[in-house]
Design a protein around this ligand. Sequence first.
Ligand code: B1M
Length: 213
Amino acid sequence: MAEVGEITDALVAINQDRVLQLVEDFLKAGVGAGDILNNGLIKGMGIVGKKMEAGDMFIPEVLKSAKIMSMAVEILKPHLSDEAVSSAGKVVIGTVKGDLHDIGKNLVMIMLQSSGFEVIDMGVDVSPDAFVSAAQENTADIIALSALLTTTMPMMKETIDIISASGLRDSVKILVGGAPVNQTFADEIGADGYAPDAGSATKLAKRFSPSAN
Ligand code: B1M
C-alpha cells in the first residue's frame, strides 16, 4: 500500500491522475480524509509554495497544482466531517479584495458547512461593501475573512472598519485567517477571533454560534 506522502510527491510533480487516484485509493483503504488532506495535499501545497518562492516553480505550474488540489478536496468533501448539526448559524465568507487565493478559504467553508453552518460564499477579491451587503441581506452571525498575501492584510482592517461604520459590528462576529495572519494582527485590527486552520476556524465559529449562547 502506498504512503500518504506519495500524494505530496504527485501534487508537487503536477500529476493530476496520480493524485486523484491515490486520494480515491486511500479513502477506499479506510485512511481518514483529514490525514489525506493534512499529510498529503496541504503538505504538497507547502512545498509548491517554497518552490515558487525559490523560483523553481512558476505561476502556471502553481495554478495547475492548485487546481488538482481543489479537485482532490472535492473528492474528500463528503468525508471531511461526520457531524451534521443543523442551524449552527450563518457565515458570510470570502477572500478579501486584491487577493485571489481560495483553496484555504474553501476548506474553511467545507468544514463550516459540515458542522451545520449555512455558508454564503462570496468568492475571492471581495470588497468591504460586498461583505457588508451580504451580511445584511443574510442576517449573518459571522463574517469570515481570508487573506494569503501580506499585501492584502491591510484590506482585512479596512473591511472591519467598513463593517463597523455600517452599524453591523455589534451583530456579527468577525473571524480572520490565512497564512500570513496571526493572533496579534487579529487583535490589532479588531477581529473577534483568529484561527490558523480550517479545523480551528470551525471550533471558533461554534463558540460564536448563536446556538452556543
Ligand atoms: Co500565491 N502566494 N500568489 N498563488 N500562493 C503564496 C500565498 C506565497 C506565500 C507563495 C510564496 O511566494 N512562497 C506568496 C505570498 C507572499 C507574501 O505575501 N508574503 C504568493 C504570491 C506572492 C502570489 C502572487 C503575488 C504571485 C505573482 O503573481 N507574482 C499572486 C497573487 C495573486 C493575488 O492573489 N492577487 C499569487 C497567485 C497564486 C495562484 C493564483 C497561482 C495560486 C492561487 C490559486 C487559488 O487559490 N485558487 C497561488 C498559490 C496556490 C499559492 C500557494 C503556493 C499555496 C496557497 C494554498 O492554497 N495553500 C502559496 C504558498 C503557501 O501558502 N505555502 C502562495 C494551501 C491552503 C490549504 O492553505 O491557503 O494557507 P492556506 O489555508 C489554510 C490556513 O491559512 C487557514 O486554513 C487553511 C486550511 O487549513 N485559513 C484560514 C485560510 N483562510 C482562513 C480563514 C479563516 C481561518 C483560517 O477564517 C476566516
